[in-house]
Design a protein around this ligand. Sequence first.
Ligand SMILES: Nc1ncnc2c1ncn2[C@@H]1O[C@H](COP(=O)(O)OP(=O)(O)OP(=O)(O)O)[C@@H](O)[C@H]1O
Ligand SMILES: [Mg+2]
Length: 502
Amino acid sequence: MSLSKDEPVLRLQHISKQFPGVFAVNDVSLDVYPGEVHVVAGENGAGKSTLMKLLSQVEKPSSGTILLNHEPIRFHGPQHAQSLGIAMIYQEFALAPHLTIAQNMFLGQEPLRLGLIDRSTEIQRSRTLLKQVGLNIDPRRLVSGLSVAEQQLVEIAKALSLDAKVVIMDEPTATLTEQEIHELFNVIHNMTERGIAILYISHRLDEIFRIAHRVTVMRDGQVVATLPRAEIDEKKLIRLMVGREIANLYPKPSTTIGEVVLRVTGITRAHVLRNCSFELHAGEILGFAGLVGAGRTELARAIFGADRIDAGTIEVEGKKVRIKSPEAAIQAGIGYLTEDRKRDGLAMNLGIDQNITMAHLPVVAGILNLGQERRTALQARDQLRIRTPSIRRKVEVLSGGTQQKVIVARWLETQAKVLFFDEPTRGIDVGAKAEIFDLIGKLAQQGRAIILISSYLPELLNMCDRILVIREGQIAGAVEREQFSEERIIALATGAREIEAQ
Ligand SMILES: Nc1ncnc2c1ncn2[C@@H]1O[C@H](COP(=O)(O)OP(=O)(O)OP(=O)(O)O)[C@@H](O)[C@H]1O
Ligand SMILES: [Mg+2]
């Protein structure tokens, strides 16, 4: 039975989810219509991901009813939700890497012929579905060889094969390039044309305004408002999300630029970095711009001792330092806030307090000072508005953005003279973004030297004193604040010739 566009495909009625000590989702009622892109927005920890997990049956609601095509659905786990036509597009680890694309797409629903899996039909069908999402790759390829963007599209193709009616995407663009985002939006558009409803979570306001038909804002587990796109602007959305006005998204203080703190000369790493040299001054915020894969993170990792270098020298405050490991870098006064919090950022099964004080344990006469650890953690919690019932809470149950705040808090506690921030606002809500930039500004005012890596140019243009543009493992150019323009940076990043203003 197909539904008319005026009837909700999905109705949530008084849905709640309680975890020990937290009402993650609190009495949420919401209608979702066929063919709409329904954005769910809200601060870190507002309950967005949890709500989506209730829909995709990864978690069981504590109470409430979900109706699909007016029929109440029962809880039987994610497979069941999928078979009903509710598909969740995961960002990572959802596909089996050692299987082919075709095998992944038909896992558990393989076409049979004389009782055997019919591989050729599987491959043929996969090819058709991949085309629908704009992927022209061989379905016999292994998933392990695909980029994040390609994996995501394979997941979407899989949802199409299941004849999904509702497709959930939780921060799908966090690790995509601008071009890939563009392609994803085309695919989303085609899906909505076919009457599929999309539930879409994002912290990027520009994105929300590009694709939303309606926006639901959550705060503290509850729905604050559901509004059509035409009835909201950026200011209103921010106010609904954080419950207050944010005067300045990029609070850059005026600082005095001091002596050279870090001097990097001729850093080279085979096939990755070539002869990179630059200086960084006390109180300076230096941006690393460049396309994804240009070598920004690689350069940071090389300086931090996370990757071996083949040539080059590093000086901190005029003294040559040999940095062979991250421990040595920390000793030398260099801190690095990684872009990948799961892989090398956090100890997932330790508490917030332990994670915060990890880089710089308060040790008095060789004994760990637990009182001090607690005080430090509490202070950081207030400063960054880390919402948690307890400072001892395990990091793994925190929302994605809250985990990021914990990492920021950790580096604030060190005495590092040089601090790398690699995509520090990824997955972070607008309110917290402004707070993190405020902190970065304050650190610069204290005379620390900052390197800010970001794929979102407005962040660099607003916050930095100078921007280095990195292309193909080399420094393609440096731009001073007075000369900042988006065109100039993009021209350097892509190697295109700059188009001079007439
Ligand atoms: N398995 C769990 N056990 C305990 N608490 C949890 C669990 N999962 C989520 N929570 C808590 O529920 C609340 C809502 O988290 P959720 O991940 O839904 O937030 P979110 O809106 O997706 O945030 P973000 O924007 O940071 O991703 C948070 O306080 C979180 O710590
Ligand atoms: Mg989330």
